[in-house]
Design a protein around this ligand. Structure first.
Ligand SMILES: [Zn+2]
Length: 406
């Protein structure tokens, strides 16, 4: 890729007159909120349009669906649908949490990589592998699930996490229960509460149960836990336009694997209820090995090992598609620096490319593994007696991406 790695915003009018893949300078608040700084950014809308055009000319992008829904403030939730193998579908999402800018980029860049690197006829092993994926999988990318929240991060508050939905609620006292059955009484005044955590609002079997980590709410019934750092699960399951669009997509498309990007901590999280699903576990460990191979390891663990949540997309995916591989990847950085300046939307642009490069093989593996129901049989994979191509066919669905360099 010739152009520099930079963050995307959803769109700005100043992009309209510019050619594809252009950048513009914007003035946005600093993380501290005390002044502004200049950021050079791309338009996701413009770049997805261009990828769609390129993919269409190559015959690998189906543009029958470009929008999977609308945000609260009527911004389009755009999808790119790449590949023609409609019986094995895969979903990638980014930016449930507005401030997690890197999650937009990784979902976008995987799509861009597949479209730009598709060559027909292929002339080497990598090109053959990419062609195989695009002929046998259909991969949906929704890089920015939360465009309203993202807009707040460039106009008002760099650390904004939820969507921008407001609820004018009367004063109320009620009982809330957590996932362990503990109860507490919540009393809040009449007020307007803004910002539901989209990733706590999915209609999972545990939606509406609170969770805590060291006494701090990680999933909250209390609307006073809305706002910039919201973990409020909202007034009812599936109440938020953004998550409802993704949920409808999942129910309709029968995805065979899915991945949702967040930041930070460098983790591959699997759903707690997937702990006993052998294939899901094998794929997750394989993806973890592929990331580790790039030199900056992530940790593979149950979602609750980070902290318990309810109503999140990963749980919802497992509910819709039992035992199918579904993961949450928490991207860079591994640890917050003491100043906390390099987390979320403070992660420097220089980290985008290395983060993409370490995540690409695992993303390709997940796409490939969507075509299997169990660990491929290794019988016959003996180079002394089998032709290399036969051996290749029965290798694990992730092993074929070992040593993959973009
Ligand atoms: Zn997040």
């Amino acid at each position: 890729m010739a152009r520099p790695y930079r963050y995307h915003v959803w769109h700005l009018p100043s992009f309209d007159a510019l050619p594809p893949f252009s950048s513009v300078d914007i003035s946005c608040p600093r993380l501290s909120g005390r002044s502004t700084e200049t950021k050079t950014v791309y338009s996701l809308k413009k770049d997805m349009e261009e990828l769609r055009r390129i993919g269409r000319t190559k015959g690998i992008v189906d543009d029958s669906i470009v929008r999977v829904g609308m945000s609260t403030e009527n911004l389009d939730l755009w999808a790119l649908k790449v590949g023609t193998g409609a019986s094995h579908k895969v979903l990638f999402t980014g930016d449930h949490h507005a401030r997690e800018w890197i999650s937009v980029e990784i979902a976008y860049l995987v799509a861009e990589y597949l479209i730009q690197n598709y060559v027909d006829p292929p002339t080497n092993d990598k090109e053959k592998r990419i062609k195989h994926l695009l002929m046998n999988r259909q991969i949906w990318f929704v890089p920015m699930v939360n465009p309203d929240g993202h807009r707040i991060t460039i106009t008002a508050n760099r650390s904004w996490r939820p969507n921008n939905r407001s609820y004018d609620l009367p004063a109320r006292t009620f009982e809330a229960e957590d996932i362990d059955g503990n109860r507490r009484t919540i009393t809040h005044p009449a007020a307007v509460f803004t910002g539901v955590d989209i990733n706590r609002n999915y209609a999972t079997s545990t939606w509406g149960k609170e969770t805590f980590s060291f006494g701090v709410a990680m999933t909250s019934a209390d609307p006073r836990d809305s706002g910039a750092n919201s973990v409020w699960f909202g007034p009812s399951a599936n109440s938020e336009a953004e998550g409802a669009a993704i949920a409808a997509l999942m129910r309709r498309e029968n995805f065979r694997s899915s991945l949702t990007y967040h930041s930070f901590s460098q983790l591959i999280l699997y759903p707690d209820r997937g702990a006993g699903d052998a294939y899901l576990q094998a794929v997750g460990r394989g993806m973890n090995d592929l990331i580790a191979e790039r030199g900056n390891p992530y940790s593979y663990q149950a979602g609750s090992a980070l902290y318990h949540t309810t109503g999140d997309l990963m749980d919802f995916s497992l509910q819709v598609a039992p035992a199918r591989p579904t993961f949450t990847i928490e991207l860079r950085p591994r640890h917050p620096p003491p100043s906390r300046s390099h987390v979320f939307s403070g992660l420097p642009e220089s980290e985008i490319e290395p983060c993409f490069r370490e995540n690409l093989p695992a993303a390709l593996a997940l796409i490939n593994c969507a075509g299997f129901d169990a660990q491929p049989d290794r019988t016959g994979c003996d180079s002394r007696v089998s032709a290399a191509t036969v051996c290749q066919a029965v290798r694990n669905c992730w092993e074929v991406f070992q040593g993959w360099v973009p």
